[in-house]
Design a protein around this ligand. Sequence first.
Ligand code: UGA
Length: 460
Amino acid sequence: MNQSQIDFCDKHGSYGCRQGCLDMKIAVIGLGFVGLTLSSVLASKGITTVGIDLDKEKCSKIQKGTPTFFELDLKKTLKKALKKNLLITDKLSSINNCDFIFISVGTPQKKNGEIDLSFIKTVVRSVGKIISKNKKKPIILIKSTVTPGTMKDVILPILEKNSKKKAGKDFGLISNPEFLQESKAIQDTIKPHVVVLGGYKTKFMKKTEKFFSRFNPNIPIIITNHQTAEMIKYANNSFLATKISFINQIANICQAIPDTNIDDIAAAIGLDPRIGNLFLNAGPGYGGSCLPKDMNAIINLSSKIGVKPTLLNAVEKTNKLQISNIMALIKHNIGKIKGKKITVLGVAFKPNTDDIRDSMGIELARKLMKLGASVTIHDPKALNNARKIFHSNVKYTTTISSALKNCQCAIIMTQWKEYEKIDNKTIKYMNKKFIIDSRRILSHKNLDAKYYAIGLGQKI
Ligand code: UGA
């Protein structure tokens, strides 16, 4: 029998359990996208899991089976998990006697783009204090995105100081960056493309490797040191951002060449295995809580350590230009923005989520309002979150036709399936039939409207 067939089991003794036994206790600290998804999936697979978040209100909602954000299949998985082995609590002391402690708290950005480590430092300090009294030797896994050097220079010293224990001897410390995408979080947690484990090659690393080979069977596991694991996360996200800015740049060139089509170009170059077909969907620029933040953090770090981030800066600049180009297109076609009725279709940062963090739709609405437009917003899922930002300063609509009624311009910002239904009947009551389609959703339709799409040269 080879190593990969041998299961690790605490109950039946080291490596040797063939019962498929996952008899262990796992804690997950921080119940955001990553933490809540991970704890739900772990517990739904029968692993005793405790999900911890300091936000009491959040905990009580989750306990009732209601996730605090929309994510495909999460509610179902959470309910299953709660029926099985998932306990939700705001008590950090519940990490006591856990075999694995995952930390997945937010690492937002400061105003200057630098990473803000305050949440993770606070949590790690408390974890250190709690495990100081612990007989068990837990393995602490950091899922939160942290800049290279953070584990070695910040997290490890805090843990050792507060626990008065030695990493590698009394507890394990492993970098375990997360690659899940919102809207595919459950699927990505069950079947990620890779598992990265950073740290020293100790017995703890062996135990963790065994755990992941069972939890995510047949998924490649890369074992490396802390700094490299931390850097893998930034390399991954900044490469994705680069791909998006690349295709957006080509899309802008296409727009100035009659009859060119960015989707055909993406489909063709995507078939070159050296390029690959994913993340070549041109649009209004990348948003969300990760790519913009991680780009800023790596640009900031790079400059700090004396490496000019020329390419990464260009990627960021290209991203910001997408919105400016849309604004220019609006102004060119409707003249002064002040007093115009403009509809933004889609404010979620991408479809199948209600997340509006760093969303391009929100950014566009903000810019239009600043110039005095009367803005109407439509989104199938994100209106409640948009209300928290715009309050009564914009109009919110739940149907596309009422969103379009009387407006002088409509811009499709998010690739919601719902927008595929737009036809001449839906746009009938627009005051001026002028549409900008950042995702080319309506490009094949014969609309009785002035129609511009990102990445499509005007028809001749
Ligand atoms: C991103 C990464 O894709 C995940 O691998 C990573 O784990 C996550 O950040 C993170 O660091 O936590 P996510 O923020 O969920 O995931 O969103 P993406 O699917 O990457 O989309 C980001 C933005 O790029 C969206 O605004 C999306 O509309 C845009 N995008 C994406 C495009 O404009 N074109 C594309 O082809 C792909």
